[in-house]
Design a protein around this ligand. Structure first.
Ligand code: WTA
Length: 711
């Protein structure tokens, strides 16, 4: 059988399995309605908004979002498709993102809180940055970047920062100068950061000596040294490292400062105190930032986002879907190191002139009541977090929210599917039955939401993100490109038919991969400049119920979603292969009560090699190459992997074993016998480690049986 036949056979098998399983496990949930009180104050409470953003008004409908911003020069063309699928939005327009998020609020709101920062140690005071203070600090840091580092328009600056106010300040300082920022999640390893520095060819690294996590001051600067070494291996030399200090006058790291390369920000800042820097008027199409994300190959993709389109999209969706009002106290408990933080902690909320809360630490430190104490103390009105956090808080402190006197009007969930039971706890206990919930589906590539209910206009349905957001027109396609009947409840690949302003512009430095990954699959005419010919392939499985609501079933590519964070199987496997003894490695998802999915790794060692201690080495290597979040739940050393006749590892089969589920038809395998051996070994080991089989929900089942392209 050829590789193609194998693929087709496998696609067919998994189709069969998922349809059957859905029939068994699927259950429609009932609706919940927003309160009259919420509707009365909502930004979008008039159903005519759906008409304004209907397909016949596309693309001009997005003028409504762009008009929320202050433009230096108005655009002449709303959407230019001449170089499809590299869409250009608001062409001819000019603006500055930092001006829009900071300066323009000074006239009315100079001394209103822009950012409230909550340090992890509970005895440390919260820090309030007014819009005026934010303005001063953004200007000073911009002056430093320009004067001390000599940055120029279009340069890239990499940040490897935790949740401290210096991070949004530095982002806005870059935006002020037309410098592209590339923030790498602080929890990623130095090596992962170095790979991203090299890919973006950034000459500057902005970091910090340390930060608090779970009550401990982490040594973070040490990661900068690893990052720089790794970037150098890949041929990129970092010239300057700017090091903030978490605690003034102290140094939290053991890593020495390298003379001529490493500088404490507080020591060079006096030269730039009080300096102002004019915001540079940037073309709408100028890149604002890069955000790396995992995909099918080992190399993370630098998703390049625009200034005008991106900012318009996050501002519009923040207004209508987050229902942000200037007088709100809005708290998105995500990390700014992820796209959610960029769009819905920093850019969207600040463009709307609201108060945005940032928390440094872990949600359960020092106990499961911490989040609710913060909410009570700050009078948070609007709360935003991920299912993994909700599951953790529900597990560790199911009765905690009731002990605190806070009242949310609006809550968001993002990043992975939320189980209906968990949704109901969020609604009843966290939201006290008073808050509306939006379940927002989207991706790093998208800039902002793609699927969600409009909170005052659509009822909520637990477990479904809702309809597409306004101005977004999805369709579900099967493997052959045929449309799955809308509202049929049948699974397929969700695609967005049209471009939208928040869509990323390209993969940094790799336009071919951009086209190949997101458009090639369903494009029938590569020369077409008509957007109708270019559906965006989201790499997510989904189904649409008869009411038009979508249920997102998870990734159809080789990505494992751990606590809402995307980890590529190839990245995990390449790290495992760096251990000398390892001959082959395969990473698969395993359903996890709290994290949604966790990673399991299967290893075959080289012939004649002693496997003793290899599992530990693999775990440690993954942690140092990627970061703690990628640490595998289990590493299984097996004699051989199940493979297709063309020699490709069948991850779907081992994923089923790891999840105690049926492996399905394995007659197309070259070595079907190994499956029984592996199953016997893994299942008995798991039981010995206290893991028990349990029934998976339809969504969980989908995420396993559809997992992974073979390769
Ligand atoms: C998944 C996060 C179900 C999905 C903003 C997507 C979701 C990936 C949801 C993107 C949701 C995100 N329901 N699944 N509400 N939101 N996902 O790039 O598989 O970190 O492709 O962006 O998370 O993750 P990313």
């Amino acid at each position: 059988m050829s590789r193609k036949d194998d693929k087709e056979a496998d696609a067919f098998e998994s189709d069969q399995a998922s349809e059957a399983q859905i029939a068994v496990h699927w259950r429609e949930e009932g609706y919940y309605s927003p309160s009259a009180k919420f509707i009365g104050q909502a930004n979008a409470s008039d159903p005519s908004i759906n008409e304004r953003f209907s397909e016949k008004n596309f693309p001009e409908c997005f003028k409504e979002y762009a008009d929320l911003l202050t433009w230096d020069k108005y655009w002449h063309t709303t959407l230019d498709t001449s170089n499809a699928p590299f869409w250009k939005w608001f062409v001819g327009g000019r603006l500055n993102a930092s001006y829009n998020c900071v300066d323009r609020h000074l006239a009315t709101d100079r001394n209103k809180a822009a950012i409230i920062w909550v340090p992890e140690p509970e005895d440390e005071d919260t820090e309030v940055l007014t819009y005026q203070e934010l303005y001063v600090r953004v200007n000073e840091f911009a002056a430093l970047l320009k004067g001390f580092c000599g940055v120029e328009i279009g340069d890239v600056a990499t940040f490897h920062m935790p949740m401290v106010p210096d991070l949004p300040i530095a982002m806005l300082a870059c935006a002020r100068l037309g410098v592209i920022h590339s923030q790498v999640f602080g929890g990623f390893s130095g090596s992962a950061c170095g790979g991203r520095i090299a890919d973006s060819k950034s000459k500057i690294l902005v970091t910090i000596d340390g930060y608090y996590r779970n009550g401990e001051l982490q040594d973070h600067k040490v990661k900068a040294d690893e990052a720089i070494a790794r970037a150098l291996e890949e041929g990129v030399t970092v010239e300057k490292v700017l090091v903030f200090r978490r605690n003034p006058g102290e140094y939290a790291s053991k890593s020495p400062m390298v003379p001529g390369r490493d500088f404490f920000v507080d020591e060079i800042m006096p030269d730039y105190k009080g300096k102002l820097v004019d915001p540079v008027s940037m073309p709408a199409e100028a890149p604002l930032f890069i955000m790396y994300s995992s995909g099918t190959t080992g190399k993370p993709k630098g998703c390049q986002h625009s200034t005008g389109g991106y900012l318009a999209y996050v501002t519009g969706t923040s207004k209508y879907y987050q229902d942000i009002h200037p007088e709100d106290t809005y708290w998105c408990a995500a990390d700014i190191g992820w796209i959610t933080g960029h769009s819905y902690i920093v850019y969207g909320p600040l463009a709307l002139g609201t108060t945005t809360v940032m928390y440094e630490g872990v949600p359960t430190y020092p106990d499961a009541g911490r989040m609710w104490r913060i909410a009570e103390r700050l009078g948070v009105t609007t709360f935003h977090t991920a299912p993994t956090t909700i599951r953790t808080l529900r597990k560790l402190g199911p009765d905690e929210p009731a002990k605190y006197n806070y009242h949310f009007k609006h809550m968001t969930t993002v990043g992975e599917p939320i189980e209906p039971e968990v949704w109901r706890w969020y609604y009843d206990v966290v939201g006290k039955g008073e808050a509306v919930i939006v379940d927002t589906w989207w991706q790093t590539e998208n800039g902002g939401f793609l699927g969600s209910t409009l909170p005052a206009l659509n009822p909520m349905k637990p477990g479904s993100c809702g309809p597409a957001v306004i101005g977004i027109f999805p369709k579900i396609l099967d493997e052959n490109g045929d449309e799955v009947i809308a509202g049929s409840g049948r699974a397929g690949n969700i695609c967005i038919r049209n471009p939208w302003p928040g869509i990323f512009q390209t993969i940094w430095g790799d336009p071919d991969r951009f086209v190949k990954t997101y458009y090639e699959k369903y494009n029938r005419d590569p020369k077409s400049t008509d957007w109708h010919d270019w559906p965006y392939f989201a790499n997510d499985g989904a189904m649409q119920a008869a009411d038009g609501y979508y249920r997102i079933l998870g990734r159809v590519d080789d990505v494992i979603n751990v606590s809402g964070h995307r980890l590529g199987t190839k990245e995990l496997e390449s790290a495992a292969l760096m251990v000398d003894e390892v001959a082959e490695a395969a990473a698969v998802p395993v359903v996890d009560e709290v994290r949604g999915h966790a990673v399991e790794i299967y290893i075959a060692v080289k012939p004649g090699v002693n496997a003793e201690g290899v599992a530990d080495k693999v775990s440690r290597m993954i942690e140092s190459e990627i970061g703690k979040i990628a640490r595998p739940k289990n590493v299984w050393i097996v004699a051989d992997m199940p493979k297709t006749r063309s020699g490709k590892i069948m991850r779907r089969v081992i994923a089923s074993i790891s999840n105690f589920t049926d492996v399905g038809d394995i007659t197309t395998l070259a070595n079907p016998d190994v499956v029984t051996d592996i199953r016997h070994f893994v299942e008995s080991e798991k039981v010995a480690r206290g893991e028990q089989p349990r029934d998976l929900s339809a969504a969980e089942m989908e995420s396993i049986v559809n997992f992974g392209s073979e390769g």
